[in-house]
Every structure is written in C-alpha cells, then in structure tokens.
Design a protein around this ligand. Structure first.
Ligand SMILES: Cc1cc2nc3c(=O)[nH]c(=O)nc-3n(C[C@H](O)[C@H](O)[C@H](O)COP(=O)(O)OP(=O)(O)OC[C@H]3O[C@@H](n4cnc5c(N)ncnc54)[C@H](O)[C@@H]3O)c2cc1C
Length: 383
C-alpha cells in the first residue's frame, strides 16, 4: 500500500485531531487552533490577496518575522490545512492582528478558495505561529540580510524586511525578487516605497522572466547564473558576512543553493523555506527502502510502547494516526516541531528543509510528520 492520498490523509488528520489535540502534556500555543476574523482583504495582484486577520477577543497575535500560520478550512466538504506566512511586521496592523498573503496555485483548493471567497467578517481557524525560518532581531549589531524570493515566497521575506528596516537602524537589507511578469510582482508599491525611504540600506532588485519592453530591472528565471549576476551588483557583500534567506519554489531553491555555493557562502549562513508541501517535493521521490513496509515502535512517557507497521511510503505520523496512536502534531509540514521525537534505533528519511536546528540533529531529533522509516525504527518522545 502506498502513502495515503491527500484527501484521505486530511480526513485521517481531522478525524483524529480531537484525539491528538487534548494532550497529556501541556500543549504549547502552537497546538491550539484559534478563531481569527478577516478584517480587511487587500487585492495585491490579480491572483494574490492579503487577508488582515484579527483576534476578535483582542488577544495578541504574536509571531517572529518569517513564521507561518496553519489555516484550517473546509472546501467542498473536505477539511484542509495549509501554511501561510505572516507578511506584515509584528504589530504593524495592531497587536491582535496579522496579515497573511495568499497567491493562487493553478487548480489549488485553498489558495483559490481564499482568493475568491475571503471577505470581511469571515472567520478562519488558525494554528501557529510555527517555523524556525526567522531573522532574529539584530540587537544593535551591524548586519546585512540578503533575501531571495520567487513568487509567493516574498511573504515571509516581506515581514523580515519590513521589521528590520523599521526597527534596526544598523541593518541593511538586499532583496532579489523574481517573478514571471510585471503584474505578478506582489507588494511592488510597498517595496518601492521602502526602497525610497531607506535608500542607504535597502537594495531592491526585481527580476522578470517575461519583462515588458523598457523594463529596467533584472531579466531571466532565477537560476544560478542570473542569481550570480544579481549578487554581483549587491553592495555591501564584501563588508562582512551576510545572512541569506531564500524562499520560493523548489527549483529556485536548488538554483540559489548552487549560486551561493559558487559564491563561497558558508552553508550555516543560508536559511531556506520551501513553499511546496513535503509530499509534493521533487526531493521526496521514493527510494527502494521506502517501497517496503517497516516496523515502528513508539515509546511515549507513562504509556506502554506501541508497535505497528508503517505501510510503504507513509510518514511516521500518518502510520501512527492510522494505527490509532495519539501523537502531538500541528502543521504537518515539518515547520513547527510539535511532532518531534527522538530516533532511538533505525533510520528514517526526513524531508528537508525543516525546522530542526543544526544542534538538534546529532541528538537524533526527528519530525514524525515528514519522516519515513527506511528500516525498523524505535522512537521516543522528548517531553
Ligand atoms: C511553510 C510554508 C509557508 C507557506 N506560505 C505561503 C504564503 O505565505 N503564501 C502562499 O501563497 N503560499 C504559501 N505556502 C503554500 C501554501 O501552503 C499552499 O501549499 C498553496 O496555497 C497551495 O495550496 P492549495 O490548497 O491551493 O493547492 P492544492 O489543492 O494543495 O494543490 C493543487 C495543485 O497545485 C500543486 N501545488 C500545490 N502547492 C503548490 C505550490 N506551493 N507551488 C506550486 N504548485 C503547488 C499541486 O501539485 C497540485 O497539483 C506555504 C507553504 C509552506 C510549506
């Protein structure tokens, strides 16, 4: 048997959410869904909308620039959950508000639903914030953030740029932002306003693969050669090590990695966020080991160990939920860490990038929602 198809997986998750959410250990804010109301809908481009969401109780909506929220919606009777990154700076819209910006994906259920149907007064169930793709505040340090975005990948980087420029007078920001056509550029006016307001420390490079005649920005797909050209005109790179944040579709991430490698950037200075859900990534193509069912044992504190077989290609989380085991989880994208376990024995393949920190990897932390067993495995909780 292969992995659960997406609708069946969503149905399993939703059927079990009531079992898995009330936890023996105290849940963090990540695990609880809250209801936010759509206050404003801003049409950014013909296929992108920003939703300004507010907690009607006035409770604060806190997040770090770069983090995402998981939106739970039911479309045509099917419960679905999708990640959307905060695009505003924290508190920019008010302490109990956050803006999420959603670009249509061809045939996509949630992105089209939100673009077509979201309107002021509508309520959305939201979890989060989640994710470790964050630019920690500079604390007065002189630093350079280089942001590389493709399409909707601009959203977390917009939050970082807005925050750093507003709150860190010694931080400079460079943004290379690629799109197909001029009308696809999300936040164009806001970006150009920021560039004018912070000429000395915000460098904006808009790149189009199908530019109109007379276009003055960069030209081409954001492949390694175009990116190397773009990096070569960024000022300040020689002054000290920059921190690089890359967000966009998988092919762009692969190209950006190659460009940064040939540019001599150390991997620890590069942070990545991939907008493609783990099971849709090119890198998640099955290998021979994934084509075999694998025995799994999970040891949760205070409970009898549970043993079950993970069908070929299933994640540990999917298999555990199917076996009736209640595990903690939230985003199901490897972005929040709620389903973290320790690998005691065996081997798993975990989708990358994810929110694990480099120091957690030698401790054999794994994320159940994006880990598939490559051999018999034993896992235990960390709580
Ligand atoms: C951490 C994270 C943060 C994200 N933040 C944002 C954000 O701020 N703004 C935003 O617009 N999106 C964001 N996304 C993507 C978003 O979560 C959804 O995947 C996207 O909106 C598509 O969902 P859908 O239900 O419309 O498409 P689905 O119904 O799931 O998919 C329909 C079809 O589109 C393809 N597809 C699905 N997702 C993508 C994709 N991302 N790119 C290209 N093709 C795709 C599928 O292969 C399928 O054929 C983020 C994703 C992640 C993992």
């Amino acid at each position: 048997m292969g992995a659960l198809d997406a609708p069946r997986f969503q149905a399993v998750l939703h059927a079990l959410v009531s079992i898995s959410t009330p936890l023996e250990s105290s849940p963090g804010p990540i695990l609880r869904a809250r209801t936010l109301r759509v206050e404003r809908v801003i049409r950014e481009t013909p296929d992108t909308v920003t939703l300004v969401l507010e907690d009607p109780s006035g409770a604060p909506v806190t997040f770090v620039p770069g983090q995402f929220f998981t939106v739970l919606v039911t479309v045509d009777g099917v419960p679905l959950r999708r990640a959307y990154s905060a695009s505003c700076a924290p508190e920019a819209e008010g302490p109990s508000r956050v803006s999420l910006t959603v670009k249509r994906v061809a045939g996509g259920r949630v992105s089209n639903f939100l673009n077509d149907r979201a309107s002021p007064g509508m309520t959305l169930e939201v979890r989060g914030p989640s994710g470790s793709f964050t630019a920690a505040p500079g604390n007065g340090a002189v630093r350079h953030l280089v942001l590389v975005a493709g399409g909707s990948g601009i959203t977390p980087l917009m939050s970082m740029a807005r925050t750093a420029l507003a709150t860190e007078p010694t931080t400079s920001v460079s943004l290379v932002y690629g799109n197909r056509r001029e009308q696809d550029i999300i936040f164009r006016e806001a970006l150009e306003t920021l560039a004018r307001a912070h000429e000395d420390r915000f460098r904006l490079r808009l790149v189009l693969s199908e530019p109109p005649s007379g276009w003055k920005g960069g030209v081409g797909l954001l492949n390694r050669y175009v990116l190397e050209d773009e990096f070569s005109v960024l000022p300040g790179l020689e002054a000290g090590p920059a921190t690089w944040f890359i967000c966009g579709p998988e092919p762009m991430l692969v190209e950006a990695r190659a460009a940064l490698h040939s540019w001599g950037v150390k991997p620890e200075r590069i942070r990545e966020e991939l907008f493609t859900r783990p099971h849709l990534r090119q890198s998640s193509a099955p290998t021979a080991e994934l084509l075999a069912p694998q025995p799994v044992e999970i040891r949760l504190r205070g409970r009898e160990p549970r043993r079950f077989v993970a069908p070929a290609g299933m994640t540990v989380l999917e298999a555990a939920l199917s076996a009736g085991l209640s595990l903690q989880y939230s985003c199901t994208l490897g972005g929040c860490g709620s389903c973290r376990l320790r690998l005691v024995e065996g081997e798993v393949r975990m989708e990358e990038p994810n929110c694990l920190l480099p120091q957690e990897r030698p401790l054999r932390h794994v994320l159940a929602c994006i880990s598939r067993p490559l051999s018999p495995v034993v896992l235990e909780d960390l709580y």
